[in-house]
Design a binder for this molecule. Structure first.
Ligand code: ZN
Length: 95
């Protein structure tokens, strides 16, 4: 009997860690890849410093970096350009 229980334990263990790994992968992609639904506004209470813009895809304040090749500025994290519709919308209030 104890052997059967051990086998079950091992299966549960593997299943648990399998799911855990998936969850971590999902978390990772949420943090590092563009939001599915970009922010429409800068969240209340957020104060942007000089030169900072709100990246609606990363949901954080970033300093957009000049892309000399394309003549635009880009978020250093997700690479979205400041010509993007939602980047304009979310930063519109104070531009
Ligand atoms: Zn970004």
């Amino acid at each position: 009997m104890s052997e059967i229980f051990n086998l079950c334990d091992i299966l549960i263990y593997h299943r648990y860690w399998g799911n855990e790994m998936d969850n971590q992968t999902d978390m990772f992609s949420i943090i590092n890849i563009k939001n599915e639904s970009p922010d429409k506004d800068v969240p209340k209470g957020v104060k942007l410093k000089k030169r900072e813009m709100w990246c609606p895809y990363c949901s954080k304040p970033v300093i957009f970096i000049k892309d000399k090749t394309h003549g635009v500025k880009r978020c250093p994290y997700c690479n979205i350009s400041d010509k993007d519709y939602y980047v304009k919308v979310v930063n519109n209030n104070w531009l």
